[in-house]
Design a protein around this ligand. Structure first.
Ligand code: GLY
Ligand code: MN
Ligand code: MN
Length: 441
């Protein structure tokens, strides 16, 4: 099967996004959005190129060394793109370029210029505007360049809150791509469950996942995959993936594909030999119960904070039941006793970036940018992860049988008018379903 054919948004959608942005920003302004640049991996080899998500969001253009300039003066919108000029020799060595001539028709921009003329052309485009919007604190050299080019009469304003708010709400077309990202990510995890055996290396299982992503048109993972056997699962961002998987251990896999620039982000935890031990089962069931409760709560009108409060309660009650924590549940929660075993958030926005943009707090949305509360009211069109976990470090002072067990279960959900939709439900997470799938091997 080949899904690559559907990996595109209609061109109209990029035009509509620019129109929405023009409307949001008022009048007599310029907005400048830089593309990503190629990043050296070593000597003269580069990392695979990944376009800047903001730039992609507004252009759908996948080349480095480009700059989008939107200007609006007296109600007149103008879109200019700076990009690499055609160059037969460079294109023979390094790949095709759209070129300046083709850009207006292909990308629906009013003007196109060679990137080599940026410093000459930009002052004229920026003359007479009162306000210049720029994505601050993304790349230092762009911040420096903006300050150098700023006309004395203009005010520099951060563009990020505006685009973040737009990107937080996914359109029907984006949801279609994110469903596909969730589905392909799920296929990767199912293959991992099928292919895991004692003594295979973590990186071998990683390769099974990447193979499945590639097979379905998702060329890259949306972040570095975590394949963590045994106590490696207690290292939250473990990516060495270079150890053999041991009979009797669990393996925690956190991996998602990037499909048409949109991220999937799934975690599953399952036994290397296909059968949960009793202590593994006990920890797993607490996390699963917490995740299911969170999935009930994460609906329109509620917020992540509320769901996390319930997740914490379920975990603390479970840990007390197992003798991992001792004391009164309310007191333990008040003292953050769970932090030793659950040290990350319940979830995050998902979209073009795995940790996607958008304010997490109603207060931030209304102006208080210092608020740390994740109390943003959920609305239709938001997509987020739901990823409770428990990590019992081998060094923790707990009953022996639980030491070194790390469990996380992560799904991706879309907030709809009628509850949420789980985009990644194709991978089993019930103990019986995992054991059945693994027994089929
Ligand atoms: N894979 C990164 C995360 O779960 O947030
Ligand atoms: Mn993840
Ligand atoms: Mn995540």
């Amino acid at each position: 099967m080949d899904l690559a054919y559907m990996a595109a948004l209609p061109k109209q959608e990029f035009i509509e996004r620019r129109t929405t942005l023009f409307e949001r920003l008022g009048d007599n302004f310029a907005a400048i959005i830089f593309s990503a640049s190629e990043q050296t991996r070593s000597n003269d080899t580069a990392y695979p190129f990944r376009q800047d998500s903001y730039f992609w969001y507004l252009t759908g253009f996948n080349e480095p060394d480009s700059v989008l300039v939107l200007t609006r003066q007296n109600g007149q919108n103008q879109t200019a793109l700076f990009l690499r000029p055609n160059d037969p020799e460079m294109e023979t060595w390094n790949g095709r370029r759209l070129g300046v001539e083709n850009a207006p028709a292909t990308l629906n921009v009013d003007y196109a210029f060679s990137i080599e003329t940026l410093k000459d052309e930009l002052p004229a485009l920026l003359a007479n505007v009162e306000q210049i919007y720029h994505l601050q604190d993304l790349r230092e050299h762009n911040d420096t360049l903006m300050l150098a080019l700023l006309p004395p009469s203009a005010k520099l304003t951060n563009l990020r809150p505006h685009l973040d708010e737009m990107r937080l709400f996914k359109s029907p077309n984006e949801i279609r791509l994110m469903q596909q990202a969730g589905q392909i990510s799920a296929l990767g995890h199912i293959r991992a469950m099928r292919e895991t055996r004692p003594n295979r290396f973590e990186y071998e299982i990683e390769s099974e996942i990447l193979h499945e992503f590639n097979r379905f048109g998702a060329r890259y993972p949306s972040y570095n995959s975590i394949v963590a056997g045994g106590e490696n699962a207690c290292i939250l961002h473990y990516t060495e993936n270079d150890q053999p998987l041991k009979d009797g251990d669990l393996v925690l896999i956190d991996a998602g594909c990037e499909f048409a620039m949109y991220a999937g982000d799934i975690t599953r935890t399952f036994p290397v030999n296909g059968k949960f031990s009793q202590p593994q089962r006990e920890i797993y069931e607490i996390v699963l119960a917490a995740q299911k409760r969170a999935l009930e709560l994460l609906v329109v009108g509620n917020n992540i904070q509320q769901a996390n409060d319930e997740v914490v309660r379920i975990k603390v009650e479970g840990l007390v039941r197992l003798g991992i924590l001792q004391g009164d549940v309310d007191e333990l929660i008040a003292n953050n006793a769970h932090r030793e075993f659950y040290m990350h958030g319940l979830g995050h926005w998902l979209g073009l970036d795995v940790h996607d943009v958008g304010s997490y707090s109603n207060a931030t949305e209304n102006g208080d940018r210092n608020s740390k509360k994740r109390d943003r009211t959920l609305e239709v069109g938001m997509v987020l992860t739901v990823e409770p976990g428990l990590y019992i470090s081998p060094k923790s002072n707990v009953p022996e049988q639980y030491k070194g067990i790390g469990v996380r279960i992560e799904d991706n959900i879309l907030i709809t008018e009628y509850g949420n939709k789980n985009l990644t439900c194709a991978v089993p997470k019930e103990i019986e379903d995992i054991e059945r799938l693994m027994a089929e091997r």
